[in-house]
Design a protein around this ligand. Structure first.
Ligand SMILES: [Zn+2]
Length: 154
């Protein structure tokens, strides 16, 4: 049997802030060591200070996560939450019809692209991205309920 590290000795169990399932909290940073096995929430020490905000590592706010969980739905971001996550993190991705798409802002433009393909669509503002970004002529905002695996760009 592996010997537990000093930190692991002081890890504690807490209730998930979304579903109350037991979740292992790391002593070193006060957040959960992995996503909640029941609902997928990744607990942070200061969850309740930012309950209305989308913050890494979760893609929905704590308040909305509770609502989604109560309805038996996955903690998946709506388009506005995806944009909030992008604003805080700077790089996002999602899948649509087996292709992976990314949104980044490497310099002064917002760039939307199919991963590993060229060209990309460039926008001056995030609002312009919302109003004009498309996949094969269909606006991203109009297909949001069909996209899969929205996530931080990896
Ligand atoms: Zn949970």
């Amino acid at each position: 049997m592996r010997t537990k590290s000093f930190d692991e000795l002081f890890d504690t169990l807490a209730k998930c802030n979304v579903c109350a399932n037991p979740i292992l909290i790391a002593s070193s940073f006060g957040g959960s060591k992995e996503a909640c096995k029941r609902c997928g929430w990744k607990q942070e020490r200061d969850d309740f200070d930012y309950a209305e905000s989308v913050r890494y590592p979760n893609l929905v706010s704590l308040d909305r996560a509770k609502l989604l969980y109560a309805k038996g739905r996955k903690l998946s971001p709506n388009f506005e939450e995806f944009l909030d996550a992008f604003r805080s993190y700077g790089e996002m991705e999602f899948w649509y019809r087996d292709k992976r798409y990314g949104l980044t802002k490497p310099r002064d433009k917002y760039e939307f692209f199919e991963v590993d393909a060229i060209p990309y669509q460039a926008f001056d503002t995030i609002d312009e991205f919302v109003e004009s970004a498309h996949i094969n002529g269909i606006l991203v905002k109009d297909i949001w309920d069909k996209v899969e695996k929205p996530y931080w760009l990896t």
